[in-house]
Design a protein around this ligand. Structure first.
Ligand code: PXL
Length: 275
């Protein structure tokens, strides 16, 4: 009878997110990304979403106290080094998570992706939940990762140039006193590059550039990016290094994406396999 071999235990990260049954975004994208970073991924489910990259057909939320139960059980059983949040859906779910993090004295990294909309345009959060994100989660985040539309909603301001993104990152950082990464993928410009902006310290902006690739899938890029950053942080990287690694991972996943053509549609998926 062979004896089991215990290899070195990997770092552990937890995603608190919704399930995307098409598996390009949400909890499934997070777990695939954690694995690519050799991090053991745990998951606490907020909602099940029946969707593809093209459409959201239905959302079923789990009870907020059941979310709290999953998070409490996992945090008391595993050495969770980083938590990544995605689709949190309602004020009640956000409060349940924030209460649990306080009660369990969670002191690891917290990467908050303030998911508001699916790439297909459907809302993934109740309108009144945004103020709970601001008051309960942002202040204790290691990093908040809005895209252009989410940053614009948070500031109630139109953002349509790189300099707007940079001042938005600085303003949000100062408002919540935590680092903000604003992703520039939705910025319409003639520049052949996409630029993300990171503000960790007042007045200091880091820029992360990648070539713009036309006709690529964007479904799941935000989830994958934040999950990659959380995985790198769980593995011990500094925040600038974690963002650098996350940025490279997403750029690779986009440039090596897949496409299946059906009679009526074409489905895209990111490649999380290698980096
Ligand atoms: O990409 C944002 C996102 C987050 N979480 C879930 C999703 C999506 C997009 O579709 O389905 C569950």
């Amino acid at each position: 009878m062979p004896t089991p071999t215990f290899i070195d235990s990997p770092p552990v990260a937890l995603t608190v997110a919704g399930s995307d049954c098409s598996a390009g975004a949400g909890l499934q994208a997070d777990l695939k990304t954690f694995s690519a970073f050799k991090v053991f991924g745990l998951s606490a489910l907020t909602c099940a979403v029946s969707e593809t990259p093209q459409t959201v057909s239905r959302i079923e939320a789990l009870p907020p106290d059941f979310l709290a139960d999953q998070v409490r059980l996992l945090l008391s059983s595993y050495p969770v080094a980083a938590i990544k949040t995605g689709m949190l859906f309602s004020e009640e779910h956000i409060n349940a998570l924030a209460d649990t993090l306080e009660q369990t004295h969670f002191s690891g990294h917290l990467v908050v992706d303030p998911v508001m909309m699916a790439g297909s345009g459907s809302s993934l959060i109740k309108p009144d939940a945004v103020s709970a994100l601001r008051s309960r989660l942002f202040p204790r985040a290691s990093l908040v990762t809005p895209n252009l539309h989410e940053a614009s909603a948070l500031l109630n301001q139109k953002l349509d140039s790189l300099s707007h993104l940079e001042s938005a990152a600085a303003t949000l950082r100062d408002q919540f006193n935590v680092p903000f990464l604003i992703k520039g993928g939705h910025l319409k410009s003639n520049d052949p590059h996409l630029t993300d902006v990171l503000c960790i310290e007042p007045g200091k902006i880091g820029r992360y550039e990648a070539p713009f690739i036309d006709e690529v899938p964007t479904h799941g890029t935000g989830c994958t990016y934040a999950a990659a950053i959380a995985a790198a942080l769980a593995g011990g990287a500094s925040l600038p290094d974690a963002v650098h690694n996350g940025h490279r991972f997403v750029a690779f996943a986009i440039s090596h994406s897949f496409r299946w053509t059906q009679p009526t549609t074409s489905i895209h998926a990111l490649n999380h396999q290698t980096s």
